[in-house]
Design a protein around this ligand. Sequence first.
Ligand SMILES: [Zn+2]
Length: 197
Amino acid sequence: MRMPFKRQMMLCGYKNPRYRAYWGYSHYGVDISTIQGKAGDDHNVYASGDGTVYAAGWDNSGGNIVVIIYPACLNHKTGEVYDLVARYMHLQSIFVVKGQTVKAGDKLGVEGNTKTGDYHLHLEFETDTKWPMYSPQVSARDDWMDASQGNLLRKGVTDCTVNPSFVLHRGAGQATVRPTYNPAWLNAEDFIIPTKG
Ligand SMILES: [Zn+2]
Protein backbone atom coordinates (compact mmCIF):
# COMPACT_ATOMS: atom_id res chain seq x y z
CA MET A 1 0.00 0.00 0.00
CA ARG A 2 1.55 3.25 -1.15
CA MET A 3 1.53 6.56 0.69
CA PRO A 4 -1.32 8.85 -0.37
CA PHE A 5 0.80 11.80 -1.58
CA LYS A 6 3.93 12.34 -3.66
CA ARG A 7 5.52 14.42 -0.85
CA GLN A 8 3.99 14.56 2.58
CA MET A 9 4.46 15.28 6.22
CA MET A 10 3.11 12.94 8.87
CA LEU A 11 1.20 15.00 11.43
CA CYS A 12 -0.39 12.63 13.91
CA GLY A 13 -0.04 8.92 14.47
CA TYR A 14 -2.44 6.06 15.08
CA LYS A 15 -3.80 6.02 18.66
CA ASN A 16 -1.14 8.54 19.56
CA PRO A 17 -1.29 9.16 23.35
CA ARG A 18 -0.90 12.93 22.99
CA TYR A 19 -3.89 13.06 20.64
CA ARG A 20 -6.03 11.19 23.15
CA ALA A 21 -4.91 13.39 26.01
CA TYR A 22 -5.66 16.54 24.05
CA TRP A 23 -8.95 15.63 22.35
CA GLY A 24 -10.31 13.10 24.85
CA TYR A 25 -10.74 10.28 22.33
CA SER A 26 -8.47 7.98 20.42
CA HIS A 27 -7.12 8.51 16.89
CA TYR A 28 -7.98 5.54 14.68
CA GLY A 29 -6.01 6.67 11.63
CA VAL A 30 -3.10 8.88 10.67
CA ASP A 31 -3.12 12.54 9.68
CA ILE A 32 -0.92 13.38 6.71
CA SER A 33 -0.49 16.67 4.85
CA THR A 34 1.17 18.21 1.85
CA ILE A 35 0.03 21.65 2.95
CA GLN A 36 0.83 21.94 6.65
CA GLY A 37 4.56 22.49 6.86
CA LYS A 38 4.65 23.03 3.08
CA ALA A 39 5.61 19.42 2.52
CA GLY A 40 4.72 19.38 -1.16
CA ASP A 41 3.08 21.24 -4.03
CA ASP A 42 1.07 18.30 -5.37
CA HIS A 43 -2.03 18.07 -3.22
CA ASN A 44 -3.63 15.16 -5.08
CA VAL A 45 -4.47 12.08 -3.02
CA TYR A 46 -3.37 8.92 -4.85
CA ALA A 47 -4.79 5.42 -4.48
CA SER A 48 -2.65 3.15 -2.30
CA GLY A 49 -3.34 0.04 -4.36
CA ASP A 50 -5.80 -1.59 -6.74
CA GLY A 51 -9.27 -1.45 -5.26
CA THR A 52 -12.95 -0.58 -5.56
CA VAL A 53 -14.62 2.64 -4.48
CA TYR A 54 -17.30 1.74 -1.96
CA ALA A 55 -18.49 5.29 -1.32
CA ALA A 56 -17.58 8.82 -2.36
CA GLY A 57 -19.31 12.05 -1.42
CA TRP A 58 -20.21 14.47 1.30
CA ASP A 59 -20.48 13.35 4.87
CA ASN A 60 -21.48 15.66 7.69
CA SER A 61 -18.87 14.17 9.99
CA GLY A 62 -15.86 13.62 7.69
CA GLY A 63 -16.46 16.25 4.99
CA ASN A 64 -15.75 15.02 1.48
CA ILE A 65 -14.90 11.36 1.95
CA VAL A 66 -13.82 8.41 -0.18
CA VAL A 67 -14.09 4.82 1.04
CA ILE A 68 -12.16 2.17 -0.88
CA ILE A 69 -11.77 -1.56 -0.39
CA TYR A 70 -8.29 -2.83 -1.17
CA PRO A 71 -7.91 -6.62 -1.36
CA ALA A 72 -4.94 -8.61 -0.05
CA CYS A 73 -2.92 -5.91 1.72
CA LEU A 74 0.32 -6.75 3.50
CA ASN A 75 0.94 -5.60 7.06
CA HIS A 76 4.72 -5.28 6.93
CA LYS A 77 4.94 -5.23 10.72
CA THR A 78 3.08 -8.49 11.40
CA GLY A 79 3.28 -10.25 8.02
CA GLU A 80 -0.51 -10.62 7.89
CA VAL A 81 -2.36 -10.18 4.60
CA TYR A 82 -5.97 -9.04 4.64
CA ASP A 83 -8.52 -7.00 2.75
CA LEU A 84 -8.74 -3.46 4.05
CA VAL A 85 -11.29 -0.68 4.05
CA ALA A 86 -9.58 2.68 3.60
CA ARG A 87 -11.42 5.84 4.65
CA TYR A 88 -10.15 9.16 3.32
CA MET A 89 -11.60 12.22 5.06
CA HIS A 90 -11.63 16.02 4.77
CA LEU A 91 -10.97 16.13 0.98
CA GLN A 92 -11.36 19.42 -0.87
CA SER A 93 -12.64 17.65 -3.98
CA ILE A 94 -13.30 14.09 -5.14
CA PHE A 95 -12.40 12.56 -8.50
CA VAL A 96 -13.93 9.07 -8.14
CA VAL A 97 -17.46 7.67 -7.89
CA LYS A 98 -19.05 4.77 -6.06
CA GLY A 99 -18.45 1.44 -7.80
CA GLN A 100 -15.40 2.59 -9.75
CA THR A 101 -12.29 0.44 -9.74
CA VAL A 102 -9.01 2.21 -9.10
CA LYS A 103 -5.39 1.30 -9.73
CA ALA A 104 -2.49 2.17 -7.47
CA GLY A 105 -1.51 5.76 -8.17
CA ASP A 106 -4.88 6.89 -9.54
CA LYS A 107 -6.00 10.31 -8.31
CA LEU A 108 -8.80 10.02 -5.75
CA GLY A 109 -9.23 13.69 -4.89
CA VAL A 110 -7.44 16.67 -3.39
CA GLU A 111 -6.35 17.22 0.21
CA GLY A 112 -8.67 19.60 2.00
CA ASN A 113 -10.08 20.91 5.26
CA THR A 114 -13.74 19.94 4.99
CA LYS A 115 -15.24 19.29 8.44
CA THR A 116 -11.93 19.90 10.15
CA GLY A 117 -9.79 22.80 11.29
CA ASP A 118 -6.74 22.69 9.09
CA TYR A 119 -5.72 21.10 5.81
CA HIS A 120 -4.86 17.43 6.19
CA LEU A 121 -5.90 13.96 5.14
CA HIS A 122 -7.26 11.65 7.80
CA LEU A 123 -6.62 8.13 6.54
CA GLU A 124 -7.77 5.06 8.42
CA PHE A 125 -7.68 1.36 7.58
CA GLU A 126 -9.91 -1.37 8.95
CA THR A 127 -10.09 -5.12 8.37
CA ASP A 128 -13.88 -5.33 8.76
CA THR A 129 -14.86 -5.05 5.09
CA LYS A 130 -18.44 -6.16 5.79
CA TRP A 131 -19.22 -2.78 7.35
CA PRO A 132 -17.18 -0.29 5.33
CA MET A 133 -19.05 2.80 6.48
CA TYR A 134 -18.79 2.14 10.21
CA SER A 135 -15.90 4.21 11.48
CA PRO A 136 -14.66 4.00 15.06
CA GLN A 137 -13.18 7.47 14.55
CA VAL A 138 -16.67 8.84 13.96
CA SER A 139 -17.86 6.93 16.99
CA ALA A 140 -15.15 8.56 19.07
CA ARG A 141 -16.58 12.01 18.43
CA ASP A 142 -20.03 12.45 19.91
CA ASP A 143 -20.21 15.95 18.49
CA TRP A 144 -20.11 14.47 14.97
CA MET A 145 -23.20 12.36 15.44
CA ASP A 146 -26.24 14.48 16.17
CA ALA A 147 -29.34 13.92 14.06
CA SER A 148 -28.04 16.04 11.18
CA GLN A 149 -24.68 14.32 10.94
CA GLY A 150 -23.09 11.15 9.70
CA ASN A 151 -25.07 10.88 6.46
CA LEU A 152 -22.51 8.50 4.90
CA LEU A 153 -20.26 7.36 7.73
CA ARG A 154 -21.70 5.60 10.74
CA LYS A 155 -20.53 4.97 14.26
CA GLY A 156 -18.36 1.86 14.37
CA VAL A 157 -18.76 0.07 17.64
CA THR A 158 -16.12 -2.57 16.89
CA ASP A 159 -12.54 -1.40 16.46
CA CYS A 160 -10.94 -3.43 13.65
CA THR A 161 -8.57 -0.65 12.63
CA VAL A 162 -4.97 -1.27 11.61
CA ASN A 163 -2.08 1.11 12.17
CA PRO A 164 -1.66 2.82 8.76
CA SER A 165 2.11 3.06 9.23
CA PHE A 166 2.19 -0.77 9.31
CA VAL A 167 0.50 -1.15 5.90
CA LEU A 168 1.84 1.89 4.05
CA HIS A 169 5.14 2.07 2.25
CA ARG A 170 6.85 4.72 0.18
CA GLY A 171 6.45 3.87 -3.47
CA ALA A 172 8.61 5.03 -6.37
CA GLY A 173 8.77 8.83 -6.43
CA GLN A 174 7.22 9.23 -3.01
CA ALA A 175 8.82 11.01 -0.09
CA THR A 176 8.09 12.01 3.46
CA VAL A 177 9.63 15.19 4.81
CA ARG A 178 10.75 15.82 8.37
CA PRO A 179 7.92 17.05 10.57
CA THR A 180 7.95 20.71 11.44
CA TYR A 181 4.75 20.02 13.33
CA ASN A 182 5.36 18.87 16.92
CA PRO A 183 6.76 15.33 16.43
CA ALA A 184 5.34 14.28 19.81
CA TRP A 185 2.06 13.71 17.94
CA LEU A 186 3.77 10.94 15.96
CA ASN A 187 4.68 7.37 16.90
CA ALA A 188 8.07 5.75 16.34
CA GLU A 189 6.75 3.70 13.41
CA ASP A 190 5.61 6.84 11.59
CA PHE A 191 9.27 7.78 11.04
CA ILE A 192 10.29 4.43 9.56
CA ILE A 193 7.70 3.70 6.89
CA PRO A 194 9.65 1.43 4.54
CA THR A 195 10.42 2.04 0.89
CA LYS A 196 9.24 -0.41 -1.74
CA GLY A 197 9.72 -0.13 -5.49
ZN1 LIG B 1 -7.12 12.16 11.96
